[in-house]
Ligand binder design. Structure first.
Ligand code: 6PG
Length: 230
């Protein structure tokens, strides 16, 4: 299958495998960074969590990006202690941030260790200086969640720029997430979705079901063949 229709998508890219997808998205990120820096002197990017983006971040290390003009944010964070192996900023650090010459002041982690309410309030103030983000990277869970916005969660209905989540079905239950309005305000949104486990959610979205990921408008969806319906 060389094409796949997703309502509300700006574009859908099908890649043979995770490695090809990861390189293509890394190259797209570098391209968007160059364009944003040329246009307004800075590239504000929110990184995705989970495991899928790891290889993309590893490849991004080696691409020509002017990191001194990049401000890094996070799409969501799990309410775990700083340095916990399950934190999204830990994965991004291991895969990318510890390997590039980015000024420490350019890294804006979510203080999720403070608890969801406090962290969401503080991060909203940090994010205010960056809106609209130039790029938001997003994953999608098997239930169609994105960032830490889960199906039927009150957080989905919030207009807040950053939301506190206490009912996440994917552990840990307490998280902090950019709100859907913030995600949609970004100049560019890119999904990275791989593996057969995501087929069901993709099929539901393709048939019109408004799972959380489907609420993100005009995104670039990067899928690997394994994630497509058989
Ligand atoms: C998280 C992520 C979440 C993730 C999806 C996909 O904190 O878990 O923000 O939204 O992107 O659950 O996760 P995988 O990439 O590991 O499949």
């Amino acid at each position: 299958m060389t094409s796949y229709n997703l309502p509300n998508a700006k574009a859908v890219f099908i890649h043979d495998n995770l490695d090809d997808l990861s390189l293509a998205v890394a190259q797209r990120i570098a391209e968007l960074a160059s364009q944003a820096i040329a246009a307004h002197g800075v590239f504000h990017v929110a990184l995705a969590g989970g495991e899928t983006p790891r290889r993309c971040y590893e490849k991004l290390r080696h691409l020509p990006v002017d990191w001194t003009h990049v401000q890094v944010y996070f799409g969501d964070e799990r309410c775990l202690p700083v340095g916990d192996s399950q934190r999204n900023d830990r994965m991004a650090g291991e895969a990318l941030l510890e390997h590039i010459a980015i000024p420490p002041g350019n890294l804006h982690t979510i203080p999720a260790e403070l608890g969801a309410h406090e962290a969401a309030a503080r991060y909203a103030a940090v994010l205010e200086q960056a809106m609209p983000l130039d790029l938001v990277l997003l994953g999608m869970g098997e239930d169609g969640h994105t960032a830490s916005l889960f199906p039927d969660s009150p957080a989905m209905a919030s207009a807040a720029p950053v939301v506190a989540v206490f009912d996440a079905p994917k552990p840990p239950t307490e998280r902090v997430s950019l709100g859907m309005r913030t995600l949609n305000a970004a100049r560019c949104k890119i999904f990275l979705i791989t593996g057969a486990g995501k087929r069901g959610a993709l099929e539901q979205i393709a048939s019109g079901k408004l799972l959380p990921a489907a609420h993100v408008a005009a995104a670039e969806w990067h899928l690997d063949c394994a994630a497509l319906p058989a």
